[in-house]
Design a protein around this ligand. Structure first.
Ligand SMILES: Cc1cc2nc3c(=O)[nH]c(=O)nc-3n(C[C@H](O)[C@H](O)[C@H](O)COP(=O)(O)OP(=O)(O)OC[C@H]3O[C@@H](n4cnc5c(N)ncnc54)[C@H](O)[C@@H]3O)c2cc1C
Length: 417
């Protein structure tokens, strides 16, 4: 279903990109996502799975590099173009949109470091990859530390609390030992990780380090892919590190810069997830609208009932709020450096909540049919539920955002670079 675009500044080029993305979403991504949704997590990543077709075709279209600058071989898109493409892919599948975003993430962050060695070794080959064979992931969550990673409360400076993932310096190398949790998106199939670890034990969890770690090396092993309620097309699983050695320049962030870098990474991830919610919510709204025009109750189509129109209008309003706010935030935070994290956190938490409400209401509007696997809404509902937890539990992100308000508000317009 076509939709009116609230962004009046879309150029001809933007609209043609949107059309290409929409065709791809409709013809390739959604059918593949629905196939993967009913497969076991092991089959999703098995040889011959349609997952690999999705990745290959996405890479052929250059969608793995939508966040990356043209100078390194990326698409060099404007924030609005990124938003439009991401919305279309998430309309087809929140899980596969997340996989694509995660795949790009280590390389996107490597660009932000502007370290020539990282760019040449990792970013350029990734941008040149057109068959899906180079895939990133963001490995932050650990078995014993999920929300802890987002917190800056006093316990994070307690040296008695240790991360599961340890990094120790040895000459001009770092030695990595430990594990990441089963929640890492793309964890069992990624070739590279943006890896969060503890680089200074004396500082507790605040002694964090961030590195790029190739995963197809000795000492890295993977767990089983996780089985879950939603985003079943999104591979997730544990990664283990046993005496893995990396050169010191792969560790591009040490504890001195760690809090700032963590907020920059969160700002990018949360802003991107906000965009995805507009696609998922729109998909649910469209299903509800179509059904309300077809289903007859009380002798007339549902949409003829005043209360149903009111419910549809509320859903429509929420879709547009997801779209407008997440686009405004990506436009802000992808145009300034450093970003203002609380805006990204607000986009992720509010838009994922609205998206969940829209998918839930769509299910209600479809009545019993909404619960069946013949329809698409129950999948959207399950996928949207995950977004309240992925990239940080909403309530924890809100507490973190609230701390930023307490420290920095009001911010000054002149402080922007
Ligand atoms: C779809 C999806 C994709 C994901 N992708 C990735 C990925 O690519 N990489 C990755 O590393 N991880 C990923 N995750 C993991 C995700 O980031 C974590 O699940 C999330 O940060 C929460 O951590 P947890 O599951 O350990 O929950 P916990 O941190 O254990 O939280 C459990 C509950 O306790 C509450 N809570 C926790 N701490 C506090 C506190 N201090 N005060 C008050 N309440 C608290 C939380 O709000 C929550 O309700 C993904 C998760 C999902 C669902």
């Amino acid at each position: 279903m076509d939709y009116f675009d609230i962004s009046m500044d879309l150029s001809e080029e933007d609209m043609s990109m949107r059309q290409v993305a929409r065709d791809f979403a409709e013809e390739v991504v959604r059918p593949i996502s629905r196939e993967l949704d009913v497969m076991s997590p092991e089959d999703v990543i098995a040889e011959g799975s349609p997952l690999w077709t999705f990745l290959r075709k996405s890479y052929e279209l250059g969608y793995h590099t939508i966040l990356l600058p043209e100078a390194y071989g990326g698409q060099g898109l404007t924030p609005l173009q990124i938003a439009v493409i991401f919305e279309e892919i998430a309309w087809a599948s929140g899980g596969l949109a997340t996989l694509l975003g995660a795949s790009c993430f280590p390389f996107f962050i490597a660009c932000m470091t502007a370290d020539k060695r990282l760019v040449e070794e990792f970013v350029i080959p990734f941008c040149n990859c057109s068959d899906g064979s180079i895939r990133g992931c963001w490995a932050i969550t650990e078995p014993d530390h999920g929300s802890d990673y987002i917190s800056s409360e006093p316990f994070t400076r307690d040296p008695a609390i240790r991360n599961n993932m340890q990094a120790t310096r040895d000459g001009d190398e770092w030695v990595l030992n430990g594990q990441k949790s089963g929640w890492v998106s793309g964890g069992t199939i990624a070739t590279h990780a943006l890896l969060f670890c503890q680089a200074d034990q004396s500082l507790g969890l605040a002694g964090g380090g961030i590195c790029i770690c190739p995963l197809e090396v000795e000492g890295v092993s993977r767990g089983k892919p996780v089985r879950k309620i939603g985003c079943r097309d999104l591979n997730q699983g544990e990664i283990y590190f046993d005496e893995v050695r990396i050169p010191d320049y792969y560790m591009f962030c040490d504890p001195d810069f760690y809090p700032e870098m963590l907020d920059m990474v969160l700002a990018a991830a949360n802003a991107s997830l906000g965009l995805g919610t507009a696609g998922m919510a729109r998909a649910a709204f469209e299903e509800a609208l179509t059904y309300a025009r077809q289903r007859v109750q009380g002798g007339v189509p549902l949409i003829e009932h005043r209360s149903v129109r009111q419910r549809l209008f509320e859903m429509f309003s929420k879709v547009e709020m997801c779209r407008a706010f997440s686009r405004a935030v990506i436009n802000l935070n992808f145009n300034i450096s450093p970003p203002i994290p609380e805006y990204s956190l607000a986009a992720k938490t509010m838009c994922s909540q609205l998206c969940f409400e829209v998918t839930s209401e769509a299910m209600q509007l479809l009545g019993g049919y909404g619960l069946t696997e013949d329809g698409f809404v129950e999948k959207l509902f399950r996928d949207a539920r995950s977004a309240l937890i992925g990239d940080g539990c909403n309530e924890v992100l809100q507490a973190h955002g609230g701390q930023m308000l307490a420290e920095f508000y009001p911010r000054r317009q002149d402080d922007l670079l």
